[in-house]
Design a protein around this ligand. Sequence first.
Ligand SMILES: [Zn+2]
Ligand SMILES: [Zn+2]
Length: 328
Amino acid sequence: MKAQLLDHPGFPLRLADIPAPKPGPGEILIEVHACGVCRTDLHIADGELAAPHYPIIPGHEIVGRVVEGGSRFSVGDRVGVPWLGKTCGACRFCLSGRENLCDSPLFTGHGIHGGYAEFVVANEDYCFPIPEFYSDAEAAPLLCAGLIGYRALHSAGDAEKIGLYGFGAAAHIASQVASHEGRRIYAFTRAGDSAAQDFARSLGAVWAGSSGDAPPDELDAAIIFAPAGELVPEALSRISKGGTVVCGGIHMSDIPRFPYSILWGERSIRSVANLTRKDGEEFMRIAPLAGVKTEVTTFPLEFANLALDRLRSGRIRGAAVLVTAACS
Ligand SMILES: [Zn+2]
Ligand SMILES: [Zn+2]
């Protein structure tokens, strides 16, 4: 099969022809149709997030059809594979409904091979059925951008006025869910990125501006999807008493020092990490009901490096998705 291998962080992916994997007990072999390109893939490729071993096949927003193995799905079923690839089931986090914080997890496209390939093997208990509402490519970004955005949104509690910093794949989905829930979205983009600001308004944002701008209203919460630590004090200075700043990314540059006065008033800063299977099941049910539509730019699997470059330089509207010849 064709696969994109990361041999060493900091180097481009290498397109290789390697044997397709074989499923073991509890695993399924999936023919990959589409795989989203997530900012986390960029952090892994660039070495900001080290993988346990190399080479590794990146990709954790996988949509494909079951070819063989397992007992939970039938051959031909369309399934999705998310970032959470396996948990121990025995640590105190797993035992208290917080498997996203598992002490010894395996992540897809990080510790186990991911979906930048024509086939992938996954633990069937961590896969989700994909709603018919979506095509293969449209469904791919739901599996991480969508899920993390959903988890981040709910980490902001019942906030009505929410600022989203960084209007990429996650924010473009989260803003639709938020609007559906009756919340008001304020979108913050890179300075002067009027295309992203127009895109945010087209998805229901009540206001869009640059990340240093003052929004017209005081915010109840803010979610930061961009990996820029300087946005933490910026967002903190825009939220009201009791509000939360949620950091949605797995990696962020250092947060600069800031005066205590902008944290005072029971404001809080928190991160969201990974997902639970419950998040996945809930979100896959809610996304079509909320009418969530994803905007995707597709690239053939062979062009994975180009897709990563475009994401790195902020030239993707919505989400980038790699597709194989099997994609319909
Ligand atoms: Zn665990
Ligand atoms: Zn991701």
